[in-house]
Design a protein around this ligand. Structure first.
Ligand code: HEC
Ligand code: HEC
Length: 264
């Protein structure tokens, strides 16, 4: 069941890796990345099988964790918040099964959840039962105040809420480096190599300069803008991957990260 979903994901990744080609830099790193992605999808399955409830396994095998987390809002609401809201409502289960199967919008905001026509009724029942079984206490609301990292570039100060470099060096953090690898494997063919923009899609440096947050970028990347040719990456990337991509592009935006392979 979720095994099929993983095979589907692998299939989806093949044209992305093969057809688009790699950036002119770091192609072996990118290929290594793609292979790693492919391997972990398959290899981690037996390890989790013993302890994870069936509904959570359905969620892992589908695309749920691209947009949801148990404890906090990502693109969609925290699963703990869903459990809290519908805990004692008769008929909630059937209503939520319907929402996941056919897609939904309007209860939590104006971002739509896509439909999941590939899940069987049994899988839908399992995954929604699991969501409803989550303790409402698992929700975390108080976000820690963000730390600020200030850099001076060409006499101008840039303040970010994440570090671009390892402390005391000009070498990028592992997160920024991973963002470079992912961006130049998957985003570059439309948004331009090294986040330089292209004729196919907007220059994401300008988009960040104009104020797009990591939450907003994650939402657009997971939802996609299908009518305009921007794919949905739900089921392929985690929010952590999108965070890394965002940090890399922000580094490029403020001239903190050079073109090509960043110093590691
Ligand atoms: C592309 C992002 C995305 C994906 C993928 C996604 N969701 Fe959602 N989900 C959302 C959003 C956004 C909402 C809020 C919809 C609304 O306001 O009605 C939501 C709402 C929900 C709700 C509450 C529905 C309601 O009526 O209140 C449940 C339950 C849920 N999702 C479960 C899942 C499960 C299970 C999966 C995987 C099979 C999944 N979601 C995949 C974005 C997503
Ligand atoms: C197949 C081509 C293609 C790929 C690959 C692609 N995008 Fe896009 N993307 C687009 C297009 C086209 C648009 C503009 C859509 C529009 O006009 O509304 C876009 C828009 C966006 C936007 C919104 C920009 C704005 O102006 O608000 C973001 C954010 C974005 N893409 C991020 C990404 C990320 C991150 C990746 C890699 C994971 C990626 N895209 C991969 C084609 C692509």
């Amino acid at each position: 069941m979720h095994y099929m979903a993983n095979i589907r994901k692998l299939r989806r990744s093949i044209p992305l890796n093969g057809r688009g080609g790699m950036g002119k830099h770091g192609s072996s790193a990118a290929r290594r990345q793609a292979l790693l992605l492919a391997c972990t999808l398959v290899v981690t399955l037996p390890a989790v099988a013993a302890t994870v409830p069936p509904g959570e396994k359905v969620a892992q095998g589908s695309n749920c964790f691209s947009c949801h987390a148990v404890s906090h809002k990502v693109v969609g609401p925290a699963f703990a918040a869903v459990a809290k809201r519908f805990a004692h409502q008769p008929g909630a289960k059937a209503m939520l099964i319907h929402a996941v199967k056919y897609g939904h919008v309007g209860t939590w905001g104006d971002i739509p959840m896509p439909p999941h026509p590939d899940l069987t009724n049994e899988q839908l029942n399992e995954v929604v039962s699991w969501v409803l079984s989550i303790s409402p206490a698992a929700e975390k609301t108080a976000a820690a105040p963000a730390k600020t990292y200030t850099y001076t570039v060409n006499g101008k100060k840039v303040a970010l809420d994440f570090p671009v470099y390892k402390p005391g060096t000009k070498k990028v953090t592992p997160t920024v480096f991973r963002g470079y690898e992912l961006y130049n494997s998957y985003c570059f063919r439309c948004h331009g190599e090294d986040a330089m923009g292209s004729e196919y899609a907007p220059d994401l440096r300008t988009v960040i300069k104009n104020g797009m947050t990591v939450q907003q970028m994650t939402q657009i990347a997971m939802t996609g803008i299908k009518a305009k040719g921007m794919p949905s990456w739900a089921g392929f990337f985690s929010p952590k991957d999108l965070n890394a991509i965002y940090q890399y592009i922000a580094g490029r935006t403020y001239h903190l990260v050079p073109q090509g392979i960043p110093p590691e």
